[in-house]
Write a protein that binds this ligand. Structure first.
Ligand code: PEP
Length: 246
């Protein structure tokens, strides 16, 4: 399967900065051997859709409403995202779980809504430092993924999963390739038990993946790509990670 390198810009950027970033990435991209996407702030979707039209980079959102339409102030629906060419929606990022109280059940519903709109959800799971230190990593990620499997049934084969240990996000601390592979193998086994097509589900690693450590992480048998925060804002670093995924 092709690997997927997806950037998560979080709440960064401006009209001018986005244009420069995307132009710099596109200038060095050529024909990538992997799939490439960027998850941009919703207000810049139209701008980025225009800048990415006809290129090898797919557009992503950082969230999606679990609701279809109606009185949900501040929410953005899957149908709206679709109108702006969105192919991927990040759901259940740890920052949304932490700062916006998103539960496993809500994340599962958001994944379901994305799939219903023809958008591929990138479902994030991952343990906090306290959970890892308490030996609960396996239990936590399995519980988070189980909710998504429970709600989405056989459609699970259409999702992307991102394992993002919370303690590694934006901290410069990365899981070792062996630590990441161990959790990825666990998630793969869980997906296999739920779907006969689990082999085609891309399992991304996220958490301070950068130009220096990407190759060793991406060499692991069950790491099928990366979800990249900080390094996705640096064109050369993002390009190096993309090259490492070839
Ligand atoms: C993320 O936000 O998904 C992420 C992995 O961030 P960073 O690469 O900066 O740790």
């Amino acid at each position: 399967m092709k690997k997927l390198i997806a950037g998560n810009w979080k709440m960064n950027g401006s009209l001018a900065a986005n244009e420069k970033l995307l132009k710099d990435i596109l200038a060095g991209l050529g024909q990538p051997a992997c799939q490439v996407a960027v998850g941009v702030p919703a207000i810049y979707l139209a701008q980025c859709q225009a800048l990415l039209a006809g290129t090898a980079i797919d557009l992503g959102s950082q969230d999606i409403s679990a609701q279809e339409v109606g009185a949900y102030t501040g929410e953005i629906s899957g149908a709206m995202l679709k109108e702006f060419g969105v192919r991927y929606a990040i759901v259940g990022h740890s920052e949304r779980r932490q700062y916006h109280g998103e539960t496993d059940e809500l994340v599962a519903l958001k994944a379901q809504r994305a799939l219903g709109c023809g958008i591929t959800p990138i479902v994030c799971v991952g343990e906090t430092l306290a959970e890892r230190e308490a030996g609960k990593t396996d239990e936590v990620v399995k519980r988070q993924l189980a909710a998504v499997i429970h709600t989405n049934g056989h459609c699970i084969s259409e999702i992307v999963v991102a394992y993002e240990p919370v303690w590694a996000i934006g901290t410069g601390k990365t899981a070792t390739p062996e630590m990441a592979q161990q959790v990825h193998a666990l998630l793969r086994a869980q997906l296999k038990a739920a779907s006969e097509h689990a082999d085609r589900i891309q399992l991304l690693y996220g958490g301070s993946m950068n130009a220096a450590n990407a190759a060793s992480l991406l060499a692991q048998p069950d790491i099928d790509g990366g979800l990249i925060g900080g390094a996705a804002l640096k064109p050369q670093d993002f390009l190096t990670i993309i090259a490492a995924a070839a």
